[in-house]
Design a protein around this ligand. Structure first.
Ligand code: BDP
Length: 330
């Protein structure tokens, strides 16, 4: 009987062991290199958890996509308990929790402050909780900043028509792929952020879209020398935890982890602001052509992407209306 109990206990422990607990530490996967704002925040998170748990809970941070090159793969590992934590973009999370698309619709926010009022207010808190409540096997811990995203290409364009016929690397998210289709281009997925450089260099794609820091830090500005300031969307980052691992922890330990995550948000936002500035400087100095759109050029992106609100936002009309309402203050 005792042997049977031991066996049952060992089996129950398996997912947590796979997540890294066996080695005395949980693992956190990150696609960005050391020193990138989210990598710094991951390390700060791990440091706080270890300090506040008095060394009981250890988290090993793996940056630079050394564990998973695609964020969807890290998310799937979380679902089965092979990985404990990952910091990802909201885009791939929306593939598992469609409501997340509501916070990354094109031209949704008036500014970064508007976005933060939404994310740290009722709407953002509810959506973060929905990640777990949806039965995705994922637990949302906190949001981080990732600025706004722009297209970058191997040629210059002056309005949305310039995207016609181009192949653009997009994140693994149906709405993001559809966004390029609405502009007359083809959205190419299955290329991890660290693989974009070579995909552009070899001509697999004509460009991609991202914020200043990723464009600079991944070196993509060396191969796609036109950065188009269309600022089509703000896609926040999300720190995720495996539900399998959460269920294995006491409520006290989970609450400690959640609080540590929340406490790293301001830290990341600060690091983000610094990096956004320095990345833009580096890129501009390198001779990249930064395309400032005319008001008409800018509006062409906005109007061509507008159908996404009906195609992907019809289930979240109330959330989108609330987000607009919050925007009245900005
Ligand atoms: C960056 C995000 C990263 C995403 C990447 C992408 O920080 O999490 O993986 O975009 O486009 O801005 O895949």
């Amino acid at each position: 009987m005792r042997k049977l109990i031991a066996l049952v206990l060992a089996l129950a422990m398996l997912p947590a062991l796979a997540a890294g607990a066996l080695a005395g530490a949980y693992r956190l996967s990150e696609v960005h290199a050391e020193g990138y704002p989210t990598s710094l925040a991951d390390r700060e998170f791990a440091r706080l958890v270890e300090e506040r748990s008095k060394g009981r809970i250890k988290i090993e941070v793996y940056t630079g996509a050394t564990l998973y090159s695609e964020e969807t793969a890290a998310i799937e590992a979380l679902q089965v308990g092979d990985l404990a934590f990952t910091r990802v973009s909201a885009s791939p999370v929306a593939s598992y929790v469609p409501a997340i698309n509501a916070i990354q619709m094109p031209y949704l926010y008036k500014s970064g402050d508007h976005m933060w009022a939404v994310l740290n207010g009722e709407i953002g808190k509810k959506l973060l909780a929905d990640i777990e409540a949806s039965g995705s096997g994922l637990v949302g811990l906190c949001y981080y900043d990732a600025g706004s995203r722009c297209f970058y290409l191997t040629r210059g364009i002056k309005d949305a028509d310039g995207i016609k016929g181009l192949k653009i690397r997009m994140q693994n998210n149906k709405m993001m792929v559809r966004m390029v289709e609405l502009l007359g281009g083809t959205g190419v997925t299955g290329i991890g952020p660290n693989e974009v450089y070579s995909a552009i260099q070899t001509g697999t794609v004509d460009g991609a879209e991202n914020n200043w820091p990723t464009y600079q830090n991944m070196g993509d500005y060396e191969v796609a020398k036109y950065y188009i300031l269309d600022q089509h969307t703000r896609v926040p980052e999300i720190l995720l935890m495996s539900k399998v691992v959460k269920d294995d922890l006491s409520k006290e330990d989970f609450d400690l982890i959640l609080k540590c995550a929340a406490d790293t948000q301001a830290f990341e936002i600060q690091k983000w602001a610094e990096k956004e500035k320095s990345s833009e400087e580096i890129v501009r100095k390198a001779g990249t052509t930064v395309v400032e759109l005319t008001p008409a050029g800018f509006a062409s992106f906005q109007s061509k992407m507008a159908p996404l609100y009906d195609e992907f936002g019809s289930d979240f009309k109330d959330i989108l209306a609330q987000i607009q309402k919050v925007g009245e203050k900005f």
